[in-house]
Design a binder for this molecule. Structure first.
Ligand code: NTF
Length: 842
């Protein structure tokens, strides 16, 4: 590209190259310039919103320059790229992260202070980018941070929802959903009105035969919707590498409304097409671990997948390489089954549009894709009715049938004796109506399938995907245990702890890039000064949360109390109901004590947070019970500080950054075998909190790393769950006596109308207790008592915390991304110093 520009012009460009601010003075100059010109304001009316806008724009200028250079470098190197396809990216705020990753937070702090602002206040002006539900979307965001920090050439592809996950308000103890319109001012995205793809839906398929007898399918007619690219720069930490997240927005293909209708006076329907097209990317589906099979969701999936593949293929074709080299240039990771149609779409492009033979095309497809499974819950495994796919994507359904046919023929050849295997593994479920099993399609079309923690990967190999291990062999199924970015989840969320760690583990630029260096702090575990500083950091973080609780709920909690936190999506399998039943049990115990006895107990603050999917009735009931218990307990004069119950509304990424560093103990108490990994468990331990949890997901590997003396494990094991469920339904289901007591109190109306909570009680008492709340309750209460006892010995507690943090290095998402790169993608980083002649000019 560069060589084609004549020398004199080239010189003029290079001489005038943009550079962004350097140092505090230039930073201030840029902020003032943006206030005065971009925002058309002045020092007399620059409020915090305007200061946030100007600061972001100054940082954005810096980002864009490195972003352009990185993209040029990657284009020039033409090496293999990773494409991470995810329907969710739960990014949270960008400004603080940009400051830290670029390494200019101190400059911003002193610059803003000279202009009359506190950097903390300015950061808080930003609206979270909440394009995700929970762990799956946040994992995608952590991966983007690691990919850029490790200099991998990688793009994320997603949807630019106009409304992210709803905002939660708690009114009279009930969840109320409020739309999250977050795009009012978003300096972090760049609309690319020149990067568009027209996406087809509906229509029909015609086949033609040429002279040689070759049959070609043509997908014709139907509706067209335009995808417009919006790009978001993703800065790496302590590296100039800045990757791209491309989010697609939908609009009417004509770009305008129907003039004919408009001119004939039919104003309302004239904008109909436009509105229908815009609906596709309008809103994120608010379900976590649940598949609802709605047509609009399938439209979202195809819209996003088709636009992304078109983009990827367009980039590949520029290199003029033969098609067989496609998998050497492109690795596509499917984040859950949501983008599985990409497998079908690439096959369609190769055979229908590029004229490849089926087998050659299919080889390319399989080598290109890999699939991550994030759940074994049957209600979350995606299936689409054949009728719906046929209607919306007629050509794709034909290809799915062909994929299935060739796959089943192979299975039949290799396993002729197992006739039932065919119906078990068929991509088409022969139900009424027939369904396309997306996970099976994803497995068949990928070269690797991974689970997200060891237990989970074992479970998918031995249960839901067992037959596929037999068919494809065990090497196709691998484990990559999840990780979290220590930049956001330690350095940014907990600056106090980060600098204390840095005093032992070396500067942040070092240990945040190689988190195993944390083990150095274990040498100081007995150093009194270090321990004292450690306790002070925790207390300050708890004070910060106590202030936040006071300002949002009006409730005063003591930072000296034990902070017990459960923040995550509300779900029966995550068992917030067990937690609140435990809180009620504690309350009853306190009530039965004499005032003197009560004074001796260790005060506890039970903190909850999390959203319920709007249609998830039981989850909403759980929220209601937590709030109802809170209003009784918090206002009971007998109880005082001994117990407080707090529900923090609208839990999201930026609130997590305040809550997590303040926890003493956090709860990760899913029924064994249901939580694929969990990632907040890692965040809590990394921030010097201990955890109480079941033998589930990544809890098991956390235990292995930090030592079982440093974690409070309880409850039945995954291998016993089936038998227990069977016993609960068909055998003698005796409720745990303590739980029975709790239920009786709920039913007596102590926490308001007993009818309101009947569903939660009868799920356990009468409907088989599917989540084993009663089976685990005794062990849960005992372990909570052990937590109290352990906390009373502060010296031992701090030892446990320091030791645990020291041993958490494994859970960096950098480790995780390196495993994907090596075992699944076969890609290498592109070092920013290997400039290849582009991007120079300093
Ligand atoms: C979630 N899965 C799991 O429930 C979590 O345990 C896990 O930590 C995250 O994925 C990230 O791997 C889902 O949200 C889904 F969609 F698969 F149900």
């Amino acid at each position: 590209v560069e060589a084609s520009i004549p020398e004199p012009q080239r010189e003029a460009w290079l001489k005038n190259q943009a550079s962004g601010f350097k140092g505090k003075d230039q930073f201030e100059k840029e902020v003032v310039r943006h206030v005065e010109t971009t925002l058309a304001r002045s020092m007399f009316n620059c409020d915090e919103t305007a200061a946030y806008a100007a600061t972001s724009l100054a940082f954005r200028d810096r980002l864009v320059i490195e972003w352009n250079r990185t993209q040029q470098r990657q284009t020039f190197a033409d090496s293999k790229r990773v494409y991470y396809l995810s329907l969710e990216f739960l990014m949270g705020r960008a400004l603080d992260n940009a400051m830290l990753n670029i390494g200019e937070k101190e400059v911003a702090k002193s610059g803003l202070s000279e202009l009359g602002f506190r950097v903390e206040d300015i950061i808080q002006q930003e609206h979270d980018a909440a394009l995700g539900n929970g762990g799956l979307g946040r994992l995608a965001a952590c991966f983007l941070d690691s990919l850029a920090s490790l200099n991998f050439p990688a793009w994320g592809y997603g949807l630019r929802y106009r409304y992210g996950i709803f905002k939660q308000e708690i009114i009279d103890g009930y969840q109320v959903e409020v739309p999250d319109y977050w795009l009012d001012f978003n300096p972090w995205e760049f609309p690319r009105h020149d990067v568009t793809v027209d996406i087809q839906f509906y229509g029909n398929v015609n086949k033609t035969t040429d002279d040689s007898g070759k049959v070609t399918a043509h997908w014709e007619g139907g509706e067209t919707v335009r995808a417009v690219a919006y790009d978001v720069p993703i800065p790496g930490y302590a590296t100039p590498s800045t990757n791209n997240l491309r989010l697609w927005s939908s609009q009417a293909a004509s770009g305008e409304f129907d003039f004919q209708k408009f001119n004939s006076g039919d104003y309302e329907s004239s904008v109909g097409d436009q509105q229908r097209a815009e609906t596709i990317s309008a809103v994120l589906y608010p379900n976590d671990n649940l598949d609802r099979g709605k047509e609009l969701r399938l439209k979202q999936q195809y819209f996003w997948v088709a636009a992304s593949l078109y983009d990827i293929v367009r980039r590949f074709k520029k290199s003029k390489r033969p098609w067989r080299e496609f998998p050497d240039q492109v690795a596509i990771q499917l984040n859950d089954t949501h983008p599985t149609l990409a497998i079908v779409e690439l096959q369609r492009i190769l055979i229908d549009l590029e004229g490849l033979d089926w087998d050659d095309a299919w080889n390319i497809v399989q080598q290109t894709f890999s699939y991550t499974n994030h759940t074994v819950l049957p209600e979350a495994l995606e299936k689409w009715s054949v009728g719906l796919v046929q209607h919306l994507l007629p050509r794709h359904l034909q290809i799915i049938y062909d994929i299935n046919l060739f796959f089943l023929q192979m299975v039949e050849r290799n396993f002729p004796k197992d006739r039932e295997m065919l119906s078990r593994v068929s991509i088409i479920e022969e139900s009424q109506p027939k369904m396309v099993r997306m996970a099976y399609l994803a497995i068949v079309g990928s070269h690797k399938v991974n689970g997200v923690a060891e237990l989970h990967s074992d479970l998918i190999r031995t249960t839901i995907f067992k037959d596929f291990v037999t068919i494809f062999g065990p090497d196709k199924f691998v484990n990559v245990t999840n990780g979290i970015t220590p930049r956001r989840w330690l350095h940014q969320a907990n600056p106090g702890l980060s600098s204390l760690i840095a005093s032992k583990a070396g500067d942040p630029e070092h240990y945040l890039k190689d988190l195993t260096l944390l083990n150095k702090i274990e040498l100081s575990v007995n150093d009194p000064a270090f321990r004292k500083a450690w306790a002070e950091v925790k207390l300050a973080n708890k004070q910060r949360l106590a202030d936040y609780i006071k300002s949002t709920t009006g409730i005063v909690v003591s930072p000296k109390a034990l902070f017990d936190v459960q923040v995550k999506r509300i779900h029966e399998y995550k068992r917030q109901q067990m937690n609140i039943f435990g809180v009620i049990f504690r309350y009853l115990k306190l009530k039965s004590m004499s005032p003197e006895e009560r004074k001796k107990v260790l005060p506890r603050v039970s903190i909850f947070g999390g959203k319920a999917a709007p249609g998830y009735w039981m989850a909403k009931q759980i929220i209601h019970l937590i709030n109802s218990v809170g209003s009784v307990v918090n206002n009971d004069p007998d109880i005082g500080d001994a117990l407080k119950v707090i529900f923090l509304e609208d839990y999201n990424v930026s609130k997590a950054e305040i809550i997590i560093p303040a926890s003493d103990i956090s709860e990760h108490i899913s029924t064994a075998g249901t939580e694929a990994s969990g990632t907040s468990n890692m965040k809590f331990v990394l921030n010097g909190g201990l955890i109480i949890g079941t033998c589930d997901g990544a809890n098991i590997e956390i235990t292995r790393e930090i030592g079982e003396e440093n974690i409070f494990l309880f409850g039945n094991l995954a291998e016993d769950v089936d038998d227990l469920r069977h016993k609960n339904t068909y055998g003698d289901h005796k409720i745990d006596p303590s739980l029975d007591k709790v239920f009786n109190v709920i039913q007596s109306g102590t926490f308001g109308n007993a009818q309101d909570f009947q569903g939660m009680v009868s799920a356990v008492r009468e409907h088989g207790d599917f989540y084993l709340v009663s089976d685990d309750f005794h062990s849960y209460l005992e372990t909570q008592e052990l937590v109290d006892k352990s906390y009373a010995d502060q010296e031992l507690w701090i030892t446990k915390c320091i030791t645990s943090v020291a041993r958490m290095g494994f859970f960096s998402s950098d480790r995780c991304i390196n495993e994907y790169a090596e075992e699944i993608w076969n890609v290498e980083p592109l070092q920013p110093d290997t400039n290849n002649g582009v991007g120079k000019g300093e």
